[in-house]
Design a binder for this molecule. Structure first.
Ligand code: G3P
Length: 217
């Protein structure tokens, strides 16, 4: 399972990348706003830092303009995945960009039928938003299960990119279901490393080791 960071903060990306466990980055207009930086400058910097796919989101509502935006985003670097919304115009744009062999991440997916359409449009990634689904009383993980079943039924190779991840349980459930990617904020990724028994176990070993007076180096 791949781990992407959902951020436009280059410092967080560098920290995550230093673990050797970062497979890509997703951004969106809200994250670009939060970064306070120029869109093209920050996307280019992220794409240079990270080897894997870096999602850059289009903003136009209509296919023609969205396609121009997508081509401009894709020209930033070879590892850009153009993000388009799950609308009819977005899927037209997905099809056109895929015909040019440009990676496409179809975002704002909230139903399995929408995910089916995105796969038929040749999407590289489908981004179902589990956290926002949970927020309005649905079960985001059931959506991931349904998409996994449908994609496996028909052999679609669109990768399920679980988005709007809020906590480690979302990551665990995604892995159990067999989602391809989870994109998460840096604070959620850091929580994956943590367990209180690891901390207390380490403290006990440190104390006993100090009492032996030995040194490995
Ligand atoms: O980037 C898309 C998605 O991950 C957004 O997450 O936390 O704004 O619902 P969130």
């Amino acid at each position: 399972m791949k781990f992407f960071l959902d951020t436009a903060n280059i410092d967080e990306i560098r920290e995550a990348n230093a673990t050797g466990l970062l497979d890509g980055v997703t951004t969106n207009p809200s994250l670009i706003k939060k970064s306070g930086r120029d869109f093209f400058e920050v996307i280019a910097e992220i794409a240079d830092e990270v080897k894997g796919p870096v999602s850059a989101e289009t903003t136009a509502p209509d296919h023609e303009t969205m396609l121009k935006e997508g081509l401009k985003c894709a020209a930033i670097a070879d590892n850009i995945a153009v993000k388009v919304p799950l609308t009819m115009e977005g899927l037209k744009t997905c099809k056109a960009l895929r015909a040019k062999d440009i990676m496409v991440n179809v975002t704002l997916c909230f139903s399995a039928n929408q995910a089916l359409l995105a796969a038929k449009a040749g999407a590289t990634f489908i981004s179902p938003f589990v956290g926002r689904h949970d927020d309005v009383g649905f079960n985001g993980m059931e959506l991931i299960e349904d998409i996994r079943i449908i994609y496996d039924n028909y052999g679609f190779d669109t990768e399920i990119l679980v988005a709007s991840v809020r906590h480690p349980t979302h990551v665990l459930e995604s892995a159990r279901i067999g989602a391809d990617v989870a994109t998460m904020p840096w604070d959620a990724m850091q929580k994956l490393f943590k367990h209180p028994l690891t901390d207390s176990g380490l403290a006990g070993f440190d104390k006993d080791w100090a009492a032996t007076g030995f040194s490995i180096l």
